[in-house]
Structure formats: structure tokens, C-alpha cells
Design a protein around this ligand. Structure first.
Ligand code: COA
Length: 155
């Protein structure tokens, strides 16, 4: 299994990975256009046979803040350490960019807790963070947990 920055040829595989979970209310839907737009933000996990079986993106918000998003591991590959590897790649990328704080909005509190993320009051995140919520069917009824990791001195 190889975790690497995404290539253009990965976009068509990223979409169904994310949208499988989006259809089950676990994350936001991504159009193929939005994946191409933000392809440089993505890392993918590639199986030995060349299939894309996981993805993650780091979206920069402001000088000191970025979001880890669209984290998905194909159902049959879950619980094999891939999610951990993808989050590690996202953290490394964020550190390379000089990001100080990396947050996520998630239902996977236990998983992100194991990766060093801490729960924070979502109201403490800047308003800009909620710009994508207009596209979410849950709207005001959002029940995701906000979690954050400070990267200074991390690793
Ligand atoms: C969350 C997700 C990315 C985790 O990926 P994964 O490859 O299954 O995770 P890992 O195998 O690296 O798990 C790391 C550890 O967390 C545990 N873990 C994984 N998912 C867990 C869960 N839902 N609840 C509790 N523990 C979990 C694993 O058992 C493992 O423990 P270990 O280190 O003691 O072995 C994956 O389950 C997924 O794609 N979920 C659906 C989409 C989603 O909700 N994404 C997050 C959006 S923010």
C-alpha cells in the first residue's frame, strides 16, 4: 500500500470513495469538478494492484488554520491502518505548509482522538469554516464533533 499525493488520473476514483460515505450521511458530497479544483490538496492510498482505496485532503482556511477533510478508506480496507497513514500524510503536508492548527468536523471522534486530535467547542472555529455547510443536507442540525490538533512541536 502506497500513500502519495494525488494525480489527475486519481480524481475519478476519489469521487466514489467519498460519495459512498456522503450518501450515508458521514461526510460532504464531492463533485468531480470540486475534486479536480482541489486535487493538489489530496493524498491517496494506492493498493498493490493500482486501485485507489483511500483519500484525504487538507484545505487551508487562514494563516494558522487548515481542515482535514474528505478522509475515506474503502469499506473492505478499513481497520487496516490506512486511515492512520492518510492522517499522518495530511499532518506532514500541513506541517510542510507551515499550518499551525489542523481541525476536522467528524463522527469518528475515537479514531481522530487516537491520532492526537482533541475535541473543541465548534463555536471557537471561525465563521469561514461553515461556508460549506450550505451544501450539507443536515444544515443547522449538524451533529459532527469539531476536533483539532496543534502542529507546533508535533513530531
Ligand atoms: C475513519 C476512517 C477513515 C478510519 O480509517 P481506518 O483505515 O479504518 O483506520 P485505521 O485502521 O487506521 O484505525 C486506527 C485505529 O482506530 C481504530 N478505529 C478505526 N475506526 C474506528 C471507529 N470508527 N471507532 C473506533 N475505533 C476505530 C482502529 O481499530 C485502529 O485501532 P488500533 O490502532 O488499535 O488498531 C474509516 O473508517 C472511514 O473511511 N470511515 C468512513 C468515512 C469517515 O467517517 N471519514 C471521516 C470523515 S471526517
Amino acid at each position: 500500500m502506497n500513500v502519495r499525493p494525488a494525480r489527475i488520473s486519481d480524481a475519478e476514483a476519489i469521487c466514489p470513495l467519498v460519495n459512498y460515505y456522503a450518501e450515508r450521511g458521514r461526510m460532504l458530497h464531492r463533485s468531480l469538478e470540486s475534486v479536480y479544483d482541489s486535487l493538489r490538496e489530496f493524498y491517496v492510498a494506492q493498493d498493490d494492484d493500482g486501485s485507489i482505496v483511500g483519500c484525504v485532503a487538507v484545505d487551508i482556511f487562514w494563516a494558522d488554520l487548515a481542515e482535514i477533510k474528505s478522509l475515506a478508506v474503502a469499506r473492505e480496507h478499513r481497520r487496516g491502518g490506512l486511515g492512520t497513514q492518510l492522517v499522518a500524510a495530511a499532518i506532514e503536508d500541513a506541517q510542510r505548509l507551515g499550518v499551525k492548527r489542523l481541525f476536522t468536523l467528524t463522527y469518528e471522534q475515537e479514531f481522530f482522538g487516537r491520532q492526537g486530535f482533541k475535541v473543541i467547542d465548534r463555536q471557537k472555529l471561525p465563521d469561514k469554516v461553515w461556508r460549506e455547510c450550505v451544501a450539507c443536507p443536515k444544515g443547522e442540525a449538524c451533529d459532527e464533533t469539531a476536533m483539532i490538533i496543534t502542529l507546533d512541536g508535533h513530531r
